[in-house]
Design a protein around this ligand. Structure first.
Ligand SMILES: Cc1cc2nc3c(=O)[nH]c(=O)nc-3n(C[C@H](O)[C@H](O)[C@H](O)COP(=O)(O)O)c2cc1C
Length: 428
């Protein structure tokens, strides 16, 4: 997602400097060219060799000593697509706010005109000191993005605000800030993701194998392209901000079943198909586009028991075909949310859904397109290797009234971009 981008990572002298190494690595693996500028004090916390090994570029601290560039602060400032300062000490924040340029980091910062992200990390009293807060406000007023430190264990042993957010969060912020053209700015896109859970009793439920990866990839793509993005999400395994698996694979996701909430996305968590229907009806009223990527349960138990069902309470029956004695469960249909959207479409609203079948995929998907009155069905087969639930890749055929386009094996993030391209082709 950062291919072709140049990121300058400024590292100043705080405890969290060690985390900047993981960030530099993730940015590099995400495709960016990464240049690290360290303050002299930062070198008390981590050695330049670490960054040089990870990025393939010499660390520059002294404006007058660079092996790569003649006038390094001007040259690098001109090349940069993003300037990230992480961790930013109270001292460096004060200098940046005052416009001081007495080393390589600060001189390049003041010369750079690209988007800038400053990530404070320090003791809570240093952070809350009015001098630091005034300095941060001044940076914000100049359009510099300042990330709020997280609450967590600080070096002194207390739990307080001042901790640098995990590298995965910073990577996502970087992607969000410069990863894409903002061609969907001004549009609201509603996306659903994940499975639903249909309770039988307080401890048991019916569900499916959806992990939410496709829906989360769509939300990320929409947000990165500037859309106001709302994600109605069924229960998913959230990797959370403490897990950096995504970094190990270049920030592009991981091989596990977990997902990460993309930066800039509003998540509405739901459990059941009925809750999802209610949330979609509410959020779709002013949406320019709705993409139903959730695997909404088609059926739910007819009765939800208030207490855990005892084995003895279940009715035993003999199956007329096999003669096997077993327990039976009565199910009822859940609401077809996509069909509801088709029947209640707002003027100009674009609607898309997914289709996952084990047989007659294309015929069933074409019928779904017409019956549900939607613009696009993304049909994915469970039978192809690399497609379907839990994988990081997908093989999808995009079906519209005007024609069909079979996409090759792509990452779910690339598939998401293609779906948005298809839906918004005429406005691009
Ligand atoms: C062990 C230790 C840890 C420190 N951690 C931080 C920190 O997390 N944040 C901070 O703003 N300053 C921290 N400081 C203080 C800075 O290192 C100090 O203000 C220094 O002058 C910052 O220089 P720089 O901004 O040029 O890198 C720490 C100092 C020491 C000795």
């Amino acid at each position: 997602m950062l291919k072709g981008k140049t990121v300058i990572l400024g590292v100043s002298g705080g405890i969290a400097a060690y985390k900047a190494a993981a960030l530099a690595s993730a940015l590099k693996q995400g495709g960016a060219e990464v240049y690290v500028l360290m303050t002299e004090h930062a070198k008390e916390f981590i050695g330049p060799a670490t960054f040089e090994g990870l990025t393939g570029h010499r660390v520059i601290s002294d404006t007058f000593r660079s092996e790569e560039f003649l006038i390094p602060h001007i040259r690098l400032a001109a090349m940069a697509d993003l300037f990230l300062v992480a961790p930013a000490t109270a001292n460096i924040i004060a200098k940046l706010s005052a416009g001081i340029a007495d080393d390589m980091l600060t001189s390049t910062f003041i010369a750079a005109t690209c988007p800038k992200l400053v990530v404070p990390a320090m003791n809570v009293n240093m952070y809350e000191n009015p001098a630091t807060q005034d300095n941060l406000d001044r940076l914000r007023q100049r359009g510099i993005v300042v990330l709020e430190p997280a609450v967590g264990h600080l070096a002194e042993g207390s739990v307080a605000r001042g901790k640098m957010p995990e590298p995965s969060v910073l990577y996502r912020m970087a992607e969000y800030m410069i990863g894409c053209n903002k061609d969907l700015a001004g549009k609201k896109i509603l996306i659903t993701a994940g499975p639903t859970r249909e309770p039988l009793d307080p401890v048991r439920y019916l569900t499916n194998r959806s992990t939410g990866k496709m829906g989360y990839a769509l939300a990320k793509a929409a947000a990165m392209r500037g859309a106001e993005t709302v994600l109605v999400s069924g229960p998913v395994h959230d990797a959370g901000d403490g897990v950096d698996n995504a970094l190990l694979t270049g920030g592009g996701g991981n091989a596990s079943d977990s997902v990460l909430l993309p930066a800039g996305v509003k998540r509405v968590p739901v459990q059941t198909a009925a809750e999802m229907a209610e949330a979609v009806k509410k959020e779709s009223r002013d949406a320019d586009c709705v993409i139903m990527a959730a695997a909404v349960a088609d059926f739910r138990p007819l009765r939800q028991e208030p207490e855990k069902i005892k084995k003895a309470k279940l009715k035993q029956e003999t199956d007329p075909e096999t003669g096997v004695r077993g327990y039976s469960l009565s199910l009822e249909r859940t609401e077809d949310i996509l069909a509801w959207l088709g029947a209640h479409r707002q003027p100009g609203q674009k609607l898309a859904g997914f289709s996952m079948e084990t047989e007659n995929l294309l015929e069933n998907s074409r019928r779904k397109l017409v019956e549900k009155q939607v613009d696009l069905i993304a049909a994915n087969s469970l039978k192809k290797a690399g497609a379907g639930f839990g994988t990081d890749t997908n093989i999808v055929t995009l079906i519209r009234q005007e024609g069909e386009r079979e996409l090759p094996l792509l990452s779910k993030e690339e598939t998401a971009q293609e779906i948005l391209n298809e839906l918004f082709a005429e406005t691009e």
